[in-house]
Design a protein around this ligand. Structure first.
Ligand code: CP3
Length: 350
């Protein structure tokens, strides 16, 4: 079995009555990194230039396949993540999306689902599904293929603001002022995301991740309504369609009870951000849930003894637990590629 999937099935067979799969204290965890394909790699920058815009790269199956494979070839990660973006869903729903060079995403802001439609979603995202299908054939046989989408709240924050914001104020204000319109917007994102992820799995994705990058901007009832319920609806919708693959939830920097988040959403893996308290997570999150994360991307930039120390700490805290080595957030563009090589050696040296 692929190492990545073995970790997932190992945890799934842990039960709370005390019957446990034996876990080697010096186990080598599977490793992949969020944004492992991207601007820190010279081969990515070269292909990106050839493709034209960032969206042109996402919608070109041959290029997107190649970019997904680049970090696998260079480092031999245990998993490859489909090269795409969470903002392809708004694009597929008919919202205008573009990327300003050096500035990030821009969208024509919306205040409801009124101008959006599910009609062309499947057709619009066909090239991405083609990329998944190609990858399911071209990846090494030991490498697991991860599909993904943004969690609805995070996607909605960009759709309402028309860009990234430090505090997600426009989406929070709309949810507060007109909860019905906001619910309509969330419902159409949920529906499109279920179709999209089911198609990714049908084409060969073996695991799915839902990126909730802006979980920290909601608390209490609003967090339940807009972060927990939509993710639970996606998990439930996928299961109702017979999609059985493990699902990774990543509520970055959320201040909620994580055991509760896992129980309510139904995810099998919990992604931990840089600031998560690992010891508390090991104690509080049930053992049949796999933990993932949470190396600081800036420690990967720094390298040297700081990196050695941080990897040692993560391994020590997660010893005896099924976990996946990863960062607490995406790789930053200034990361020296040789530090990634070093990280893999440190993780795999047992
Ligand atoms: O992880 C991977 O290697 C797979 C590909 C992937 C990208 N974006 C490629 C990308 C994934 C999983 C994402 C997710 C994504 N996209 C998130 C959630 C995760 C997170 O980082 O919080 C968000 C919020 C987005 C939206 C987005 N896309 C922003 C805000 C930006 C601009 C910031 C930046 O880094 O440039 C993007 C662009 C983007 N998405 C790039 C890449 C490689 C850089 C584009 C370029 O080449 O110029």
């Amino acid at each position: 079995m692929k190492p990545f999937l073995k970790t997932l099935s190992g945890a799934a067979t842990q039960d709370e009555t005390g019957k446990k799969t034996e876990l080697d204290k010096n186990q080598v965890p599977p490793i992949w990194l969020m944004r492992q394909a991207g601007r820190y790699l010279p081969e990515y920058r070269a292909l990106r230039e050839q493709a034209g815009g960032f969206l042109d790269l996402c919608y070109n199956p041959a290029f997107a396949e190649e970019v997904t494979l680049q970090p696998i070839r260079r480092y031999g990660f245990d998993a490859a993540i489909l090269f795409a973006d969470i903002l392809l869903i708004p694009d597929a729903l008919g919202q205008k999306v573009w990327f300003e060079t050096g500035e990030g995403p821009r969208l024509d802001p919306v205040v409801s689902a009124q101008s959006l439609s599910l009609d062309n979603v499947t057709q619009h995202l066909e090239p991405i599904i083609e990329t998944v299908s190609r990858l399911s054939h071209s990846l090494p046989k030991e490498t697991t293929l991860i599909g993904f989408a943004g969690a609805p709240w995070t996607v909605a924050t960009y759709m309402v603001a028309g860009r990234g914001t430090p505090d997600q104020a426009p989406a929070r204000a709309l949810a507060e002022k007109d909860p019905e319109a906001f619910q309509g917007l969330m419902d159409i994102i949920v529906a499109a995301t279920i179709d999209y992820l089911a198609a990714q799995v049908e084409a060969g994705a073996e695991v799915l991740q839902l990126f909730e990058s802006w979980a920290a901007s909601l608390h209490g009832e609003a967090f339940e309504l807009w972060c927990v319920a939509p993710v639970a609806a996606i998990v439930e919708g996928l299961r109702a369609r017979g999609v059985q693959v493990p699902i990774i939830g990543f509520p970055r920097a959320a201040s909620c009870d994580m055991a509760d988040y896992v129980a309510r959403t139904g995810v099998q893996v919990l992604g931990l951000d840089t600031h998560a308290d690992r010891k508390a997570m090991v104690k509080n999150v049930p053992e049949n849930i796999v933990l993932q994360g949470n190396l600081d991307p800036l420690v990967l930039v720094e390298g040297g003894t700081a990196l050695e120390q941080a990897v040692g700490d993560i391994k020590a805290d997660f010893a005896g637990r099924h976990y996946i080595f990863n960062l607490g957030h995406g790789i930053v563009p200034q990361t020296p590629p040789e530090h990634v090589q070093k990280l893999i050696e440190l993780v795999r040296q047992g």
